[in-house]
Design a protein around this ligand. Sequence first.
Ligand code: AGP
Length: 648
Amino acid sequence: MPQYEIMCGIVGYTGESKAQKVLIEGLSRLEYRGYDSAGVAIQETDGIHVICRKGKVAELAHTLGHFSLTGTCGIGHTRWATHGKPSEVNAHPHTSCDGDIAIVHNGIIENYAELRDELAIRGHVFTSETDSEVVAHLIEDNYHGDLVEAVRLSAMRLIGSYGIAAVCEQEPGIIVATRKDSPIVVGYAAGAEGGAGAASAEAASSASARNGAGAGAGAKAQKGVRGSFVASDIIAMLDSTRDVVVLADGQIAKLAPDGVEYFDMQGKSCEVTHTHIDWDLDLAEKGGYPDFMLKEIHEQPRVIRDTLAGRMVGGALVIDELDLSPEELDLTDRVYVIACGTSYHAGLIAKNLIEAWARIPCEVEVASEFRYRNPIITPTTVVVAVSQSGETADTLAAIRDARVKGAKVFGITNVLGSPVARESDGVIYTKANKEIAVASTKSFIGQVVSLTLLAMLFAQAKGKLTTPQVRLLFRELADTADQVERILSDTDAIRDAALACKDAESALFIGRGIGSAISYEGALKLKEISYLHAEAYAAGEMKHGPIALIDEGFPVIAIATKSPTYDKVVSNLQESRARGAKIIAIATEGDEDIKNYADYVIYIPKVRDAFSAITATVPLQLLARFVAIERGCDVDQPRNLAKSVTVE
Ligand code: AGP
């Protein structure tokens, strides 16, 4: 089973101060991201000392108090596991066989199994369940006296995403870092007492050689310690320096106590861009975004990529964690998706895909209803329980009930070891990482992508989709990450639409097919964070009641993307507009005609209808947020709501 690591926290320091203290401070700064274990590797005169603890950074700090480590160079990590239990063995840093090399890693090494087999043949012995450990052994294998070169050669073998920092016993005071699709930030600080670089500090310049004592860029003196820093998040070094280099993919940084050198993947010295950070700490925790919700909305392309990573093996879709044979999948003749709130809406999307692709009847039910009725369950029934937190009381009760009745239950959750994970027969972890804003955004996208994979898996097992069809769908699904990025890059039209409905008392969301499921989620987001009353309806229901609500200026938000029912949705828009509704349409790029029926058009890239939930939901999340901000609401912590609903 793949044992993936996802977005965790990296810190590294080399300088004049005790690394232990600097690393613990840096790791503490990263705590808000969520993690389950932490560890450090510190270079001492007698070798590299690695100390890891399950649990909080404070526990690690307490343990470190029992040692008298005085080293001034080290790396640290907070791990938030999705696969491979939280434990000291799985915690980072990981080391090579002889302990001479220690690494910390964020991301997913997709070809770790292949590399591990190759290295095992060469005598490497692995001790953890993680994909990350392979990086330490690979660097050891490539090490011939030059850590930069060993990291470079190793990075060229890695498939997947990674932010890596490494230390080596043979090169005291040196940290080497590199990245691909996972952030790594580097900084040099002249320290409070100033220094050679302090006087010449100039932000946002470019330099190739050492940026500390030499080029001086970014070395402005401020409180904090002197030396070079590396981290996965600027916040970890903000106390010491605000002048940083955000490494680009394929760049390598060699940190020394007096500055940093940069190299490219050919091993040549390279130019980098220095950036001055003027955010305050609160803003920095939010990655420079004004609120967690916006930060999490912007993380969605990463969530899509991470959720898909490692799922296509040798041209076939693989979800090992479900622990179901192709025969068992094939025998499944009924699926229930049970969930609450946003997770329930992800289930509505899954129903469309499971029925369309796998031809298995699928019912989606609010967990609080499911648990109190007597659903038809047989040994060939599969129940899929979807829960971001993995501890929603109604969802848990429904799982227990379904299992007693003989169903196989699979959990889709964001939290490792959560009750939903523990009490299910199999589990798929969404790769959203900790979600802080109460309103779910990135978790929803992780759930939809996971459920889409599940629908493809059923269809593959039942022979309803051929292998080439599965591959094509997978490719298109992967493309949605770029498409979401494009949506996020220009949000002016969404803001204009939000301004148009911010003073409304009520709003209606409509769509058909997958569009109706998206509407429910759009309406929930709007009411949750802006307190504007919103309802969602399958557009075909308009004439059966909701149209009575429409009068002059009433906002109707329609999912009017190109789909088999596009013309029908347009008819519903015409009916609404004829009664004075203000129409906001989410439409497919290139659809000029829609402008004839809508007051505001928010274009999104063209995707297969099956994947429209991923792209069309994003503007609705942003619309809700813009409206909430205009109405002066706290978007991260809406009134009356809790992130986990652990009571009935
Ligand atoms: C989503 O924005 C809500 N905060 C809420 O509906 C949530 O999705 C629901 O409470 C279910 O939570 P769960 O996914 O953790 O089970």
